[in-house]
Design a binder for this molecule. Structure first.
Ligand SMILES: Cc1cc2nc3c(=O)[nH]c(=O)nc-3n(C[C@H](O)[C@H](O)[C@H](O)COP(=O)(O)OP(=O)(O)OC[C@H]3O[C@@H](n4cnc5c(N)ncnc54)[C@H](O)[C@@H]3O)c2cc1C
Length: 464
């Protein structure tokens, strides 16, 4: 392999001035994402390494040039969007090229009549949403990180946002894709609303974490800007009461645009639900009316409307703080608490098993000396989260929490669920991918070998 300098020179010849960087602090900054070393992931220090060079392509052709060179010289490439991924999907684990797509940030076309938008991969979600709003449309994907995360990054993690129960996850928004494959070919998948012409190839790249190709552009669905929105907040005496209310709403076919439910874990049994509906006026009124009855029937007590409004208007605040601290160059290794090891779990389960899972986790976690800071549901009754911590940051504390997290993830798999529904796999969950997919992991590995025989695209991710 060439030295850093030689590689930067070779890339510089293919691209224009200002597109190739190999100075500090750029290399360290782009060598990692938002997987904080303070989580209970013991392999972080041994895996994380510095990239050789950071490249900022401005066109699909630039990406082709970089991939072609990387293939010839067997240099790993890590695609990089907003760098907000929480699983280390954009973490450099083998010295190579970080392909920062932030300068591929053009919205190529908005088709109001078709309710679609085509954008380059580096477009930030908020920018796309604002552009759509000028045409009376919205983007159906609204994660906390809407002001930072990119089209390419959110497709590649199949990210989920606040309005997921109504509009789906990011993968559900994708109609067409342009992808540079690992050998440098450009694949264009036609943007059609529905098709029955064989397996939909876009699903190889939705949640693909840059392992099978680099997304350079995407055509996405857009939705009518809602005529009306209704927001409510409730408290429930215990987690189960609110769970049954949410489940009952889904059982009669309500489609809330906001379901954010949680308690204070071990500290307080009462739980709070933020609930919202949006759409055309009559629809919102009908859904809202029925939902209020259901919540009251399940011992929900309504909080002042201002509480719900405040939740909605500040829903991206954590991500805004994260972005501000990162641009100020702050150390984000322990952005939850410096004296604690912490982690979180987001599993998907059949609705009928959620409460039993919660009970089994509580006993199991207490046996491991782990404190539950929050039990929660997001978007739908099947999507269950826990925020966990353990006092101390010594190796033994981190090992104890890591073992507890693995145990609850495996329990979700054993109870007919999935170990993760929102943040992807990256390096953080790679060790459980064989258990998650069974024979399916061999199929994924065979596809990877066929498309990327030199194994240059994002090595070490997705357990491939
Ligand atoms: C405070 C905070 C709040 C968060 N809230 C949410 C939330 O509400 N919902 C949610 O889903 N997630 C959330 N996340 C996680 C994160 O925002 C998502 O995973 C998001 O989808 C990552 O987008 P990104 O552009 O930052 O991608 P990155 O982190 O840059 O990359 C993610 C993965 O995609 C790959 N990739 C990036 N661009 C491309 C491309 N063009 N082609 C191929 N592969 C590519 C990377 O290699 C990596 O594997 C949160 C993170 C933080 C820090």
């Amino acid at each position: 392999m060439r030295s850093e300098d030689q590689l930067a020179k070779a890339l510089g010849k293919l691209l224009r001035p200002g597109q190739v960087h190999h100075e500090e602090p750029t290399l360290s900054r782009y060598g990692r994402d938002a997987l904080a070393p303070g989580r209970s992931f013991l392999a972080y220090q041994e895996l994380a390494t510095r990239p050789l060079v950071v490249v900022r392509p401005r066109s699909t052709e630039d990406v082709v040039q970089v991939v072609t060179l990387a293939n010839r010289e067997r240099i790993p490439i890590v695609p990089y969007g907003g760098g907000t991924g929480l699983m280390g999907g954009a973490l450099t684990v083998q010295p190579g090229i970080v392909l920062d797509l932030s300068e591929m940030n053009r919205i190529l076309e908005i088709q109001p009549g078709d309710r679609t938008a085509t954008a380059q991969a580096g477009v930030v979600l908020k920018d796309l949403d604002l552009a759509l709003q000028e045409h009376g449309l919205i983007l159906g994907h609204d994660p906390w990180t809407v002001p930072i995360a990119t089209v390419g990054g959110t497709i590649s993690t199949n990210s989920l946002g606040y309005r997921g129960a109504r509009y789906g996850s990011m993968g559900d928004q994708v109609l067409g894709l342009e992808v540079v494959l690992p050998m440098g070919d450009v694949l264009r998948l036609r943007p059609v609303p529905r098709s029955s012409t064989g397996p939909l190839l876009r699903h190889l790249f939705i949640g693909g974490e840059g392992v099978f190709g680099i997304i350079t552009a995407a055509t996405l669905r857009a939705f009518p800007k809602p005529e009306a929105r209704a927001l409510h907040a409730f408290t429930f005496p215990d987690f189960a009461a609110g769970f049954h209310a949410i489940d009952a709403m889904f059982h009669i076919g309500l489609t809330p645009a906001l379901v954010d439910y949680g308690d204070e874990g071990d500290d307080d049994p009462t739980a709070t639900l933020y609930l919202g509906f949006e759409g055309f006026r009559e629809e919102v009124a009908a859904q809202e009316g029925r939902a209020l009855l259901v919540c009251r029937d399940h011992r929900g007590q309504e909080l002042p409307e201002a509480v719900a409004q405040e939740f909605w208007t500040t829903r991206h605040a954590i991500a805004e703080r994260f972005a501000a601290r990162r641009s100020a160059g702050e150390d984000l290794s322990h952005w939850v608490g410096a004296e604690e090891t912490w982690d979180y779990v987001h599993v998907a389960l059949p609705a009928s098993r959620v409460l039993a899972y919660r009970d089994r986790c509580r006993d199991l976690l207490h046996r491991h000396g782990v404190r539950v800071r929050e039990y929660g549901l997001w978007n739908q009754p099947e999507l269950f989260s826990m925020s966990l911590s353990r006092r101390g940051t010594a190796q033994e504390d981190r090992a104890a929490l890591a073992a507890a997290v693995d145990a609850v993830l495996m329990l979700a798999q054993d109870m007919a669920g999935s170990m993760e529904y929102v943040h992807g796999v990256g390096v953080r969950l790679a060790h459980l991918m064989e258990r998650e997919h069974g024979q399916g992991i061999d199929v994924l590995r065979a596809i990877k070998r066929a498309l990327d025989p030199n194994h240059i695209l994002n090595p070490g991710k997705l357990g491939l």
